[in-house]
Write a protein that binds this ligand. Structure first.
Ligand code: ADP
Ligand code: MG
Length: 695
């Protein structure tokens, strides 16, 4: 029902409600208070006790404004048929037009004492609109209603509607919850999980009888919200497994042996483990939808190549995609290294590939002559036709959460493996990525030198430079990363890469210092990168472009300027660029302004303390909250009204288990028992889950 038809709302107010995102009576029910008040039942004045919080109803006998007191006060005397008390407000000048002798008011506040007289200090009040001439006796109806007036929800106001108005409008809706709110669960379940009924929960969240019941209402509504979100994920996954089909890959010891021969090292335990999971997926005709997580350098590419070669062994094609051309190129180079003298046909598609050459290659992809196509994610968008695409590998590095969401519904869905170097906290793994399977590489290949991280104070800069000079002299290489390419006027204190490069070229005059940033041409970038790889460049000054696509084990120094400007995940990522060889590596974080910013400082100290990407990610999530870490729209972060995925983690886990159990028992929610759940899902998600057709 549109809010417009609720009592007290007309077309004009409905428009205001729309600004709050409230269109229907249902939306209004889900427009939860941001705070709650609990005023006690009204008391006669002679029963007031110092120190208690009380609700009283009485007549204003006199008022007085005293602007010269510090602070200025507005005071008065209130009476009923049992006695009198003072009422007083600090900074009360604004009350001059509102409170006058002869008015009857209800007031709620803390009882204190002033010069042996009882006093309500800064009480909340409301003027009662009645003829009071000569009355001292408070009409019973007002006396009874007073507590309720001050109690209940405090709503986020806005768009021209006050909290009090919302409270008034929602009241009759609460008296009639039966028609709006259907129970989701049976009694046994609610008993087991200690959840109260859904109708009570809605009633109490808006008008809680006491704190305890409010707590129970919150818990139930949080659970429901998380449950519906998880149901959405469970249903999406179910649909995917049911309606999409992929090539079921054949697998044998012989294939395994042939693939492993390509790697000049033994795979690590974690690599073997994730490969086993991937192989099990790819043997099924249900398309794999797997996220492979592991720090930079943990050996994901090798795992992805294993999956790639399995698909090729099954005479299907593979598309390997990266977010940038630099990274695509990097993948191609490492694949080339492993596939030397192999018959597997592979190509790199870049923006530079044009004209006849491009047509020729696209033709070969179409007729199946090419096995592996490497490129940027643009491969998905451009209509490159494959003869038989068996597997898609997407390397998202830190820009995860976007591409795998693009559902490939069409017939013959390929298996899909998404790699990310961003450790995803468990809460997000369960929400944003809740419909993906996850494999994790925790331990990197052996033989890696330790990485030491230091936060460098401004006065220690010169010392750090001398330390770096010594390493460069010993033939090691260094990265200097800046938050910006060029300087910005109003933030003159943040150094930009171009300025930094000029300065560092002087400081390290005896070495070759080069600049690299995103606005350089693609050829120039490739060239600089190639020279750095060959060791011809000693120090690379850049923006975060180097986050992706550089793997130089001789580089053992990472300097981050304006480190407080980077997110933890990003810093961890940058640090992953060093420590790739056997030598000890050093990460220096320069943050000139961090002393003022506690959060920034705490983040940087975390970097000093920990090398564990998962630990860092959890910490970051707690510090900054999911909203700031991941833009909701882009990453499909659930839009939650009452639950908090971090604070309510335990409920989230429980809701997830229940939701997945429900979907496996009744995938289309056709049982009459699930009617209400199904209806709530339709309201929440529309028919994107494909439920309506069975309704
Ligand atoms: P990621 O893709 O996770 O960043 P890579 O697969 O590119 O990691 O591996 C990083 C480096 O480690 C590469 O130089 C690779 O050759 C090497 N490497 C990978 N797996 C192993 C292993 N099992 N043993 C030794 N070195 C390995
Ligand atoms: Mg890699």
């Amino acid at each position: 029902m549109p809010v417009q038809y609720l009592k007290g709302v007309g077309p004009a107010r409905a428009e205001k409600f729309a600004k709050l995102g409230v269109q229907t009576a249902w939306d209004l029910l889900e427009y939860y208070p941001r705070d709650w008040a609990f005023a006690p039942e009204a008391t006669r004045i002679n029963r007031l006790k110092v120190g208690e919080t009380a609700t009283v109803v009485g007549l204003v006998e006199s008022t007085d404004y005293q602007p010269y007191r510090k602070p200025a006060i507005f005071e008065g005397v209130l009476s009923d048929d049992t006695g009198i008390c003072r009422i007083m407000w600090f900074h009360g000048g604004y009350l001059r037009g509102q409170l006058q002798p002869g008015q009857m008011i209800m007031a709620w506040g803390k009882v204190g004492e002033y010069r042996h007289q009882l006093q309500l200090t800064n009480p909340k009040f409301r003027v009662i609109d009645i003829e009071t001439a000569g009355k001292k006796k408070v009409p019973d109806t007002f006396f009874a209603a007073a507590a309720e007036y001050f109690s209940g929800g405090v709503y986020p106001a806005g768009g021209g509607i006050s909290s009090a108005q919302i409270k008034k409008i929602i009241r009759p809706v609460l008296d009639n919850l039966g028609g709006l709110v259907g129970e989701f669960y049976d009694d046994e379940f609610m008993k087991e999980t200690e959840l109260i009924g859904r109708k009570d929960a809605f009633g109490w969240i808006h008008l809680p009888p006491d704190e305890g019941k409010l707590g129970k209402a919150k818990r139930r509504l949080k659970f429901d919200e998380l449950f519906l979100m998880q149901l959405g994920l469970a249903l999406r996954r179910h649909r995917h497994s049911k309606f999409a089909s992929a090539v079921a890959m054949g697998y044998s010891e012989e294939i395994d042996r042939r693939i492993r021969r390509r790697f000049p090292f033994l795979l690590t335990e974690d690599q073997d483990g994730t490969i086993a999971e991937i192989v099990a997926d790819m043997q099924k005709s249900i398309p794999m939808n797997r996220l492979l997580q592991g720090d930079v350098g943990s050996g994901k590419t090798v795992v992805a190549l294993y999956a790639t070669l399995l698909a090729v062994a099954n005479r299907t094609q593979v598309a390997i995609m990266a977010p940038t051309e630099i990274l695509a190129n990097q993948h191609f180079i490492s694949i080339e290294r492993y596939l030397r003298k192999s018959d597997v046909k592979r190509v790199l598609i870049t923006g530079g590939l044009t004209g006849k050459k491009r047509d020729e290659i696209l033709g070969q992809i179409k007729n199946g002559q090419i096995d592996i196509v490497v490129g940027t994610v643009a491969l998905l968008e451009k209509d490159i036709e494959f003869k038989k695409l068996g597997l898609i590998v997407i390397d998202e590095q830190h820009k995860f959460g976007v591409h795998q969401r693009a559902e490939l519904r069409k017939e013959g869905t390929p298996h899909c493996l998404v790699m990310t170097a961003t450790p995803i906290p468990r809460t997000l793994a369960m929400t944003v990525f809740g419909d993906l399977d996850v494999s994790i590489i925790r331990n990197s290949p052996p033989g890696r030198g330790a990485v030491v991280t230091r936060l460098v104070a401004p006065e220690e800069r010169a010392k750090a430079y001398e330390f770096i000079r010594e390493r460069l002299r010993a033939g090691k290489q260094a990265y200097f990363v800046y938050p910006r390419i060029t300087g910005v006027e109003e933030e003159g204190d943040i150094k930009a890469a171009t300025d930094g490069w000029r300065e560092l070229s002087k400081v390290f005059g005896e070495f070759k210092v080069e600049l690299l940033h995103g606005r350089m041409s693609s050829e120039k970038k490739q060239q600089v990168m190639a020279e750095f790889r060959k060791g011809k460049i000693d120090a690379l000054v850049s923006t975060v472009v180097i986050e992706v696509g550089v793997d130089v084990s001789n580089a053992t120094i990472m300097v981050v300027e304006g480190a407080d400007r980077f997110g933890l995940a990003q810093l961890h990522q940058l640090r992953g660029r060093i420590g790739r060889g056997a030598d000890k590596s050093f990460c220096f974080l320069f943050a000139d302004k961090d002393t003022e910013n506690e959060v920034a400082k705490s983040r940087l100290e975390m970097m000093e303390r920990s090398n564990d990407g998962f630990e860092i990610a959890e910490h970051d999530l707690k510090l900054r909250g999911p909203g700031e870490l991941f833009s909701t729209r882009q990453h499909g972060l659930p839009d939650l009204k009452i639950a908090d995925i971090i604070e309510d983690y335990d409920l989230l886990v429980m809701a997830r288990r229940c939701a997945f159990e429900l979907v496996s028992a009744d995938p289309m929610l056709i049982s009459p028992l699930h009617k209400n759940v199904r209806q709530a899902l339709l309201i929440k998600f529309g028919d994107s889950l494909g439920l309506a057709d069975v309704a």
